[in-house]
Design a binder for this molecule. Structure first.
Ligand SMILES: Cc1cc2nc3c(=O)[nH]c(=O)nc-3n(C[C@H](O)[C@H](O)[C@H](O)COP(=O)(O)OP(=O)(O)OC[C@H]3O[C@@H](n4cnc5c(N)ncnc54)[C@H](O)[C@@H]3O)c2cc1C
Length: 469
């Protein structure tokens, strides 16, 4: 049983760590991007060192206080907010925001957990390297949190998830021990790889304080195209052909539905749209190469051949960096437009590629039997990852459909799992999907997760209520 973190605890902790920034939490620590939850009012500590994080964790064990790890607060599954139970202490990594070292010769970099993705991307660019982990929240989202949730984003197709970009981790374990795992090695088979236990644990098995990260060669030439396709089946065929022609150099292959363009027009009319008449389906493709290989020529070939094969009905290849940026602005503003419209239910799912097109079509039909909804289905097609979000009809408020939200999500997730897919592709479990985890998981997996949690965190202090409530 945990105790609430009180002002008496704050005074005791402050006396033990006089230099620790510790204060009542401002509203920003208690809000989240979609406005679904509000965190319990409490205190926030923002340690400046791994030693201080360890001292906080030891204090929490001694007093049986829950700890709420907090990065940039952009998580979409409520993992960063404690909404019920005793008030925890929020541990924000914002003051641990230094790039500790850059190793150009090794293509690695070591960063504190609180460094934002954008800062890491810039540090890599400074030595002519690429840190490819990227998503719309990159200016605020932190690397420690990105690893904690094993985030994905726009370049997974080519470079993998956060897990694939991490060589080593430093973390404070739930007993207050510091795990010194900042190795910069690709090969290190020395027993259980605890790095991979902490990655994706969403702060339930410890607080990540720093990471050693893998950098990639920086492509010198990039080409970007927006191509209208007749349907998702054609989009998948186009993906296969692009792979055949371009090989590993496809950096992104994003699917967009006509609803995304409609939503943009409705709430962000200033965003420049690529097509005069928004197509029902389109893909945003990026190819990035180094040396003499011309990505523009590759895209032109793909476009021409796909057009002849009726896989593409219209399209634009960006003729300038600005036009490419405009294309990406469309893709990156869609999540904001979605939020402004207000979803009845959102789903971050993944499926084997061979099931995707059939899933999109038949699930849309099945949902229409529940209510006259609209769907904005978009996402990282190359990774089989769709954001399959369900909205009220034009002019209606999502609140009118609140009573069917659970039925909608159950139907979507049932159909995903039946096809060998995942009900949480990249955003994690947090507090949003704990019931889904319990419902859909393999019993052996769930039992092993519980055994690991109770072995490492017997007092249940780490992110209580998240993942395994
Ligand atoms: C506009 C927008 C676009 C997005 N696009 C994508 C996308 O394409 N792909 C994607 O994967 N996500 C996306 N996200 C979700 C989100 O940005 C990522 O999950 C991101 O990694 C969260 O980082 P954060 O620093 O904001 O973490 P927070 O929200 O603060 O925390 C996320 C989780 O990590 C835990 N945590 C935080 N720091 C640590 C730490 N140091 N150690 C242990 N646990 C910790 C928290 O307790 C919480 O459970 C998007 C969000 C927004 C708002």
């Amino acid at each position: 049983m945990l105790n609430a973190f009180t002002s008496d605890h704050a005074a005791t902790l402050q006396a033990a760590l006089p230099d620790l920034p510790l204060k009542p939490a401002e509203p920003r620590y208690l809000e989240e991007p979609r406005g679904k939850w509000v965190g319990l009012p409490t205190f926030v500590a923002a340690p400046r060192s791994t030693q201080d994080v360890a001292a906080i964790v030891r204090f929490a064990n001694e007093h049986r206080i829950g700890l709420q790890p907090y990065g940039g607060g952009t998580g979409l599954v409520g993992g960063q907010l404690t909404t019920k139970g005793p008030e925890p202490l929020i541990v924000s990594l914002e003051n641990m925001a230094i790039i500790r070292a850059v190793y150009p010769q090794e293509n690695t970099l070591v960063a504190d957990a609180g460094v934002t993705l954008e800062t890491i991307q810039n540090a890599a660019a400074d030595i002519n390297r690429l840190f490819p982990l990227s998503y719309g929240s990159k200016g605020t989202a932190q690397i420690g949190a990105g690893l904690a949730v094993n985030s994905g984003g726009l370049n997974v197709l080519r470079y993998g998830m956060a897990r694939d970009l991490c060589l080593g981790i430093e973390a404070v374990l739930p007993n207050g021990d510091i795990l010194h795992g900042l190795k910069r090695l690709k090969k290190d088979n020395t027993g259980y790889d605890l790095r991979h236990l902490l990655i994706g644990a969403e702060g339930t098995l410890g607080i990540i304080t720093a990471a050693a990260l893998k950098l990639s060669p920086r492509p010198t030439n990039t080409a970007t195209a927006f191509l209208a396709v007749p349907n998702p089946t054609a989009a998948l065929e186009l993906l296969a052909r692009t792979w055949d022609t371009a090989g590993e150099v496809i950096s992104a292959f994003e699917l967009l539905s006509g609803s995304g363009f409609d939503f943009l027009r409705e709430v962000f009319p200033d965003v420049r749209q690529p097509f005069e008449t928004p197509p029902d389906w389109s893909v945003l493709v990026e190819i990035a190469t180094a040396g003499d290989t011309d990505p523009q020529a590759i895209l032109e070939t793909v476009f021409a051949e796909a057009f002849d094969a009726d896989l593409v009905t219209d399209g634009l290849i960006a003729s300038s960096g600005q036009q490419a940026a405009d294309f990406w602005a469309v893709r990156e503003t869609i999540p904001l437009a979605n939020r402004a419209i207000g979803a009845i239910a959102s789903h971050d799912i993944s499926l084997p590629l061979s099931h995707l097109a059939e899933f999109i079509d038949t699930t849309h039909q099945a949902l229409l039997d529940i209510a006259p909804i609209r769907i904005n289905c978009f996402g990282h097609l190359g990774d089989g990852n769709l954001h399959f979000n369900v909205y009220p009809p034009v002019g209606k408020d999502r609140k009118e459909y609140a009573h069917v939200a659970a039925d909608i999500s159950r139907l979507v997730h049932d159909r995903v799992v039946e096809r060998g897919g995942s009900f949480s592709a990249e955003h994690g479990i947090g507090r949003l999907k704990t019931a889904d985890l319990a419902h859909y998981s393999d019993p052996a997996k769930l039992a092993t997760m519980r055994a690991i949690k109770s072995a490492l965190d017997p007092n249940g202090i780490m992110n209580p209520g998240a993942v395994l409530p």
